[in-house]
Design a protein around this ligand. Structure first.
Ligand code: 9MR
Length: 362
């Protein structure tokens, strides 16, 4: 009788567990105990000889599991939006540094570096600034003050900045929708001077140009290289280039590799600055993130970190993932709710993607 009850009990537990399965794989940390000698137990930051960054939000850091995951796996943070112009420059006479300060202090308390993102981005000019309709002289003098104040405030605490973000459209033309293009006769000259303003405010900070699709889009890459050549000739202080790497399981790896080598030919620091790998490439409502899909994603991550490791040592700067866990990612809103692009699952377990990333590191 007792045996029968136990058997029925197990039966009901199994049925309940299978009904609760919300269609995605949960990754168990089989390696956490360190008992399996074949599964590496090192964290990303312990293994990497360069910084491993994460885009974080102040709000998410209130979740203790999230906060601990950042501290455990990463050595650098980037504010996902809190250090952008529109978030800091709240009126023509005021800055709001609350969230930016929080992130910089969090980093200091936990021995993390901070990569600042981003000083000049056409999508982040505050409304009051856009509405003021400044001419080029007033526009530049305002932006100069902003860069000087923000970079100066965090001098020595924010070690690197994306000074300028997403200037070029796919194909390599200057973005038509940018507020900057119609105001300046020579927008590239203006961007170069923004690097000078940042340098003057913190001579030790590493200064980057950041964009997306750099390794995939030959036209955009060639425009960036041309800009870099001009900056170098003029003495505009650019230290590095970031490609965001919002790519996917089906991104062509050979194209990625060719573009990456070409980008590295600038000789500048290279930042993989916003890495995430989409899996639900067809945006399907019935998508299931299976073991096989997770494995493919793991291989994509491994390919990317191995490719990065093949750079000359002095060009390595950081690989930053655009988020930490599948629980919080911009892609579930901007792409599809069924998207699992990051290294930890929504319960903060390491995914195969984590192991892939790790095994691509030297
Ligand atoms: O992921 C970021 C999202 O949380 C913000 O709302 C948005 C606007 O500030 O910016 C997103 O990050 C973008 C980054 O700053 C630049 N490259 C593309 C990123 C995704 O849109």
């Amino acid at each position: 009788m007792i045996n029968k009850q136990i058997i029925w009990g197990i039966f009901f537990v199994l049925i309940f567990a299978s009904c609760n399965n919300d269609e995605k794989v949960v990754f168990i940390n089989a390696d956490e105990s360190g008992t399996n000698p074949n599964v590496p137990t090192q964290t990303l930051k312990e293994k990497a000889k360069f910084k491993i960054g994460a885009a974080v939000k102040m709000k998410d850091l209130q979740d203790v599991n999230y906060k601990n995951a950042v501290i455990k796996h990463y050595s650098q943070i980037t504010g996902e939006f809190e250090m952008k112009m529109a978030n800091i420059w709240t009126s023509s006479t005021a800055y709001n540094y609350t969230a930016a300060d929080y992130l910089v202090n969090f980093a200091k308390d936990n021995s993390l570096e901070v990569h600042g993102h981003t000083l000049v981005w056409y999508r982040s000019f505050p409304d009051w600034f856009v509405n003021a309709k400044y001419d080029s002289i007033a526009f530049e003098s305002k932006v100069k003050v902003f860069i000087t104040d923000v970079v100066g405030r965090y001098k020595g605490r924010v070690k690197s900045w994306d000074v300028v973000n997403e200037v070029f459209a796919d194909g390599g033309a200057l973005r038509e929708e940018s507020i900057i293009k119609p105001i300046f006769k020579d927008p590239i000259g203006f961007y170069g001077r923004c690097f000078q303003y940042a340098k003057a405010a913190d001579p030790d900070a590493k200064l980057f140009y950041n964009d997306y699709n750099v390794v995939l889009d030959a036209g955009k890459r060639s425009a960036i290289k041309k800009m870099v050549t001009r900056f170098k000739a003029k003495g505009y202080p650019i230290d590095g280039v970031g490609d965001q790497f919002h790519y996917a399981n089906d991104t062509n790896k050979q194209t990625m590799q060719t573009g990456f080598t070409d980008m590295a030919s600038t000789g500048l620091l290279i930042h993989i600055s916003e890495l995430d790998i989409k899996v639900n490439t067809a945006k399907s409502d019935s998508y299931v993130f299976t073991d096989a899909e997770a494995q493919k994603q793991s291989e994509t991550y491994k390919y990317i970190t191995s490719m990065y490791e093949a750079l000359p040592q002095n060009q390595k700067f950081a690989i930053t993932t655009w988020g930490v866990t599948d629980k919080f990612t911009w892609l579930t809103e901007a792409w599809h709710p069924k998207e699992y692009p990051l290294l930890l699952d929504s319960e903060f377990n390491k995914k195969p993607a984590y192991q892939g990333f790790l095994s691509g590191l030297k």
